[in-house]
Design a protein around this ligand. Structure first.
Ligand code: PMP
Length: 427
């Protein structure tokens, strides 16, 4: 196997320079098992960041499902096949009644693009409401609704039909402290009115019910519920992007939107759905799916193929048989409490927030809460050196993201928080 220096050189030759590597000294990872990754020298890392490998790296049941089905048949959705039906039923059984009709796709971006197309078609409106700092994918249509990208390096702002709500953040957002849900919901009301007055049309609301790339953001109480009500009253459509947060990660519920007490019209899912296999979906109501069915065929070469469906079924089965949603609830709550306790000890920790195994630590400096971006970067690089993988995110890259494979244990949580505690002490 090639060493890191050689691989870095070859990447520079053969891969696009737009693709980034994590950490100041990139890792050369050659093996994964459960919640651990191993580098070329056999060094073991506790993985606290790879949410895609949801049920653990290289889970034997998922690998077996892919291998077994690959030997039998892999085609497309133009033939009858029971696997896709079984999988669609198992998936929709996890969702509230009414969200019953599936489209299968291959990436989160592809699912979100289709959801956007459906919503815009059925409302006959392009006017889209999104939240500041949101990320919804890498396709052209999604960069347009992702402030995380269009406001970042190389971005050139939103198109006219995209309307941004200030980041609903009661720690460092436009409105702070308790009871800010109403104030942020009022921002949605203002935009909806503007869409009605200026364009005389319907809003499409695209939202991640707990925001990942925006910095593990949990909304102020009541915000999302009110926002959904406002959009629906205006005849609009609400789309929940569950790509980072779904499949039991929030612990208390299987889906993030359930923990916010809303029911979307369209749900998108991906990432963890195939444990690393490219698998994603759009799920909606029969009424919406029927309205979208205007004669133009929806065909996808890979989406919904028998191998992908076998993998997806295996992931759902492992979540259930290994009690991973419950594990996310218990080990997530334990880690959350331990990290929250560190807040009173270290001034650098401004906010700890999260649900289940979806947690963020926001680092700040001084009374004006300025973002501790440099320190956050130092911490994740030093943690990497001692064998713990984390990442930073949020508009200021000052939020340490924790979203490990769902097999993460209390022992792993102790190792993580004890190490962060010691490291901040020495910073
Ligand atoms: N939506 C959200 C919330 C995401 O976090 C991501 C990926 N980070 C995407 C969409 C895009 O998914 P993919 O990379 O599979 O296209």
């Amino acid at each position: 196997m090639l060493n890191s220096d050689k691989l870095i050189n070859l990447r520079q030759t053969y891969l696009s320079p737009s693709m980034s590597l994590s950490y100041n000294e990139p890792l050369n990872i050659v093996k994964g098992k459960g919640q651990f990754l191993y580098d070329l020298n056999g060094k073991k890392y506790l993985d606290c960041v790879n949410n895609i490998q949801h049920v653990g790296h290289c889970h034997p049941k998922v690998v077996e499902a892919s291998y077994k089905q690959s030997k039998i048949l892999n085609t497309n959705t133009r033939y009858l096949n029971s696997l896709i039906i079984e999988y669609a039923k198992e998936l929709t059984d996890t969702l509230p009644e009414g969200l019953d009709v599936c489209f299968f796709t291959n990436s989160g971006s592809e699912a979100n693009d289709l959801a956007l197309r459906i919503a815009r078609y059925i409302t006959q409106s392009k006017e889209t409401i999104i939240l500041e700092d949101a990320y919804h994918g890498n396709l052209t249509s999604l960069i347009e609704i992702s402030p995380y990208k269009y406001n970042g390096k190389g971005g050139d702002g939103p198109p006219k039909f995209v309307h941004t709500i200030p980041r609903p953040d009661n720690f460092r957002g436009k409105y702070r402290g308790n009871n800010t849900g109403d104030k942020y919901a009022n921002e949605v009301k203002k935009i909806v009115k503007k869409i009605q007055n200026d364009r005389n049309t319907f809003p499409v609301f695209f939202v991640e019910p707990l925001m990942g790339c925006a910095g593990q953001l949990i909304f102020p109480n009541g915000f999302l519920k009110q926002a959904f009500d406002i959009v629906r009253k205006a005849g609009g459509v609400c789309i929940a992007d569950e790509i980072q947060i779904g499949f039991g990660r929030v612990g208390s519920h299987f889906w993030g939107f359930e923990s916010e007490e809303v029911i979307p019209d369209i749900v998108t899912m991906g990432k963890s759905m195939g444990n690393g296999h490219p698998l994603s979906a759009v799920i909606t109501t029969k009424e919406i799916a029927d309205s979208f069915n205007n004669g133009m065929e929806y065909f996808n070469s890979f989406g919904g193929n028998p191998v992908s469906c076998s993998v997806g079924k295996a992931v759902l089965s492992v979540i259930k048989t290994e009690g991973l949603q419950e594990n996310a609830k218990v080990s997530g709550a334990y880690l959350f409490k331990k990290l929250s306790d560190l807040k009173s000890k270290h001034k650098l920790i401004g906010d700890v927030r999260g649900r289940g195994l979806f947690i963020g630590i926001e680092l700040i400096k001084g009374d004006d809460l300025s973002p501790a971006t440099v320190e956050a970067n130092q911490i994740i690089n030093k943690m990497k050196d001692i064998g713990i993988l984390l990442s930073t995110d949020g508009p200021d890259q000052n939020v340490i993201k924790i979203k490990p494979p769902m097999v993460f244990t209390i022992e792993n949580a102790n190792h993580l928080f004890e190490s962060i505690d010691k490291l901040i002490e020495l910073l």
